[in-house]
Design a protein around this ligand. Sequence first.
Ligand code: FPP
Length: 252
Amino acid sequence: MRTISPTEYDITADARLDKRRLPRHIAIIMDGNGRWAQARGKHRVEGHEAGARSVRAVIEGCRELGIPALSLYAFSTENWKRSKLEVNALFRLLSKYIQQEIDELDANNVRVRMIGDKAGLPQRTLRDLEYCLERTHENTALHLNIAINYGGRAEIVDATRRIAADLHAGRIAEGEITESLFARYLYNPEWPEVDLLIRTSGEMRVSNFMLWQISYAEIVVPETLWPDFGKEALCDAILSYQQRDRRFGGRT
Ligand code: FPP
């Protein structure tokens, strides 16, 4: 099996990419850690650990290309169904990742945001996350959105509840409820819509990820398992995106 480091690729030198037509927001469903580990006779948790290196690679890649927003699906509301051992390991890994990477993220002008329900997260993970969000909140080069305990339907239901509350309180009128108003009630209202959705490992599902924001996203589903996904694979996914004819429901 070929093992190259996910970060080992000069993405800015890839002449195939049209630097004027880069996606403004990439969202990634990082899938295949378990299968990657299983193929090597390792525990699933080692697959997630290897996956953290790919996280580093795609952040670096987006930063180097000047892509302004990246969203990563780290833990879905459905992931609680996994074994306690795996769930605990995932949260430990998140804390470890933040502690190890925070200085570099900050030095590289990356702003970290979180979407999802903070209730129920381990105290330690929450504390590390809050520190990271606070420390990077003035950074501007790349907005990194980590989805933890996140569900797309829950986000839409939350937005609807808050709209209903504003309606009842007379802060908005029924006639003002439009798509653009609705979008302002989502978790990160100021973010651009997702242009490119990547799901690794060949699975053709959106799994409740950013359902509103991916409405017009181009979807790329490489066979690559997440721990093998690096800058070169990111480049290939962007190339696929650039080869698509984006019509947004209209005709050219
Ligand atoms: C899906 O693979 C992956 C996850 C549920 C977790 C993703 C988490 C990481 C990559 C860890 C680090 C994250 C950050 C943001 C630092 P799977 O376990 O479902 O794989 P399988 O389908 O092959 O079993």
